[in-house]
Write a protein that binds this ligand. Structure first.
Ligand code: G3H
Ligand code: 13P
Ligand code: ZN
Length: 349
C-alpha cells in the first residue's frame, strides 16, 4: 500500500471506535520494530518524526526508510506524520518531502518554547491547512500547551499550566479547519509526568469530553501519552541507569479518551525506555560484546513488544485490512469539494 493520509486512518478509527498509536522514530530499527508490531497485530499505524528526528536521520534517509516499510508491508495502512512542526516552513518542507500529514504546533512560538497567542496560533495553522489540504495532506493543530520539555521542544512546567479551553478549541477548529486537534488535558512530554499515579481528578477528562461533544468531526489527539511502565524503569535502573521514580499516563485513561473522541495517541518515551533498558542489559551482562547487532536486536525486540501491546490496548489491532488506501490526489479533491470538511456543527459560545 502507498503511504496513506493520516486523515483516512483517523476517519476509519472513528468509524471503528478505536485509537491509532503514533510512534516516534529516528532510525531504521525503530521503523522496523513498529512495522513488525503492526504485522503481528494486523494494525494500521502512524509513524512520526519530529524536527529533531529529521535533523538526526536526515530527511531523505527517513523518507526512503518509510517507503521501504510501505513496500515491505503492503497489507498495513501506514501514514508518515511530522510531529510538532514549529513553523509554516517546517511543514512545507515535510509536505514537499512526502509526509502524508503534518502537525503545525502553533501553541508555541517558532522557538518551540514560548506559548503563542491564540491569534498567532490560528494564523500560522490556517496557512498550513490551506497549503496542505490543496495537496491532499492532513493537518493536526494544537490548542492549549503540554507540559514538559523534550530536546528543546516544550514550554516546560506542569501539564496543568495551560489546559485547553473548550470554547477556544471550537473557535480554533472553526477558524482553521484542522483535521485533528491536540489538546492539553494535563499530560507532559518525557518520562517525568507525574509524581504519583494520576487518577481522573488529575487528568482533565471532563475537558476532553466537553471538546469532543462540541467537535464531533475533529479527531482528538493525546500527546505525552507514554505510560512509563514500572518494569521498563526497573530494567534501566537494574543495569546502572538512574531514573527517578515517576508515573506516566495510565492506559485506562487513554482508553477512556478513545471512548470520547481520541483517535491519535502519541507515544515516544515508552519506546525510548524499552530500547535503553535492553541495551544496558546487554552491556552489563555481556561486556565482552561489541557487535552492534548484539544489542540492537534485543533493543528492537523490546520496542516491538511495547508497540504491539499498545496497538492491542488502543484497539487498532485487527483493523489493517478494513480498507484500501485513498490516494493523496483524491484526498485533495475531497478537501476541495468540502466532503472532508470538519467545520464544527456547533458554533463557539
Ligand atoms: O514530542 C516529543 C517527541 O517525543 C519527540 O521528541 O523532539 O526529542 O524528537 P524529540
Ligand atoms: P511521550 O513523551 O509521553 O511519549 O509523548 C510523545 C509525544 O507526545 C510526541 O509528540
Ligand atoms: Zn507531542
Amino acid at each position: 500500500m502507498p503511504l496513506v493520509s493520516t486523515r483516512q486512518l483517523l476517519d476509519e478509527a472513528a468509524k471503528g471506535g478505536y485509537g491509532v498509536g503514533a510512534f516516534n522514530v529516528n532510525d531504521m530499527e525503530q521503523i522496523q520494530a513498529i512495522m513488525e508490531a503492526a504485522k503481528e497485530t494486523n494494525s494500521p499505524v502512524i509513524i512520526q518524526a519530529s524536527r529533531g528526528a529529521r535533523a538526526f536521520a536526515q530527511d531523505n534517509y527517513l523518507y526512503h526508510l518509510m517507503l521501504a516499510a510501505a513496500e515491505l508491508y503492503p497489507q498495513i495502512p501506514l501514514a508518515m506524520h511530522l510531529d510538532h512542526g514549529n513553523s509554516f516552513e517546517t511543514c512545507e518542507s515535510a509536505i514537499k518531502l512526502g509526509f502524508t500529514s503534518v502537525m503545525m504546533d502553533g501553541s508555541l512560538k517558532p522557538d518551540g518554547k514560548t506559548p503563542a497567542t491564540f491569534e498567532e496560533n490560528v494564523a500560522v495553522t490556517k496557512k498550513v491547512v490551506d497549503y496542505a489540504h490543496e495537496r491532499g495532506i492532513s493537518v493536526e493543530g494544537e490548542i492549549g500547551v503540554l507540559g514538559g520539555i523534550e530536546d528543546g521542544h516544550g514550554a516546560g512546567g506542569s501539564g496543568l499550566d495551560h489546559v485547553t479551553d473548550p470554547d477556544q478549541a471550537v473557535e480554533f477548529a472553526e477558524l482553521t479547519g484542522v483535521d485533528s486537534l491536540a489538546i492539553a488535558i494535563g499530560t507532559s512530554h518525557g518520562a517525568y509526568k507525574f509524581t504519583k499515579k494520576p487518577d481522573g481528578s488529575v487528568l482533565k477528562m471532563n475537558l476532553l469530553i466537553a471538546i469532543h461533544n462540541r467537535l464531533p468531526k475533529t479527531h482528538l489527539v493525546m500527546h505525552g501519552s507514554s505510560s512509563v511502565p514500572k518494569d521498563l524503569q526497573d530494567i534501566i535502573n537494574q543495569y546502572g541507569g538512574k531514573l527517578k521514580e515517576t508515573w506516566g499516563v495510565p492506559v485506562e485513561e487513554i482508553q477512556l479518551g478513545i471512548k470520547n473522541g481520541v483517535r491519535k495517541i502519541n507515544v515516544d518515551t515508552d519506546n525510548r525506555l524499552a530500547i535503553t533498558g535492553a541495551i544496558r542489559k546487554v552491556f552489563v551482562e555481556s561486556p565482552e560484546k561489541f557487535d552492534p547487532r548484539d544489542y540492537m536486536k534485543p533493543a528492537r525486540a523490546a520496542m516491538q513488544k511495547v508497540v504491539a501491546t499498545r496497538m492491542v490496548q488502543f484497539g487498532q489491532a485487527g483493523h489493517a485490512g478494513d480498507y484500501t488506501a485513498i490516494s493523496i490526489a483524491d484526498m485533495a479533491k475531497g478537501y476541495a469539494n468540502g466532503s472532508l470538511s470538519t467545520k464544527p456543527l456547533v458554533a463557539a459560545k
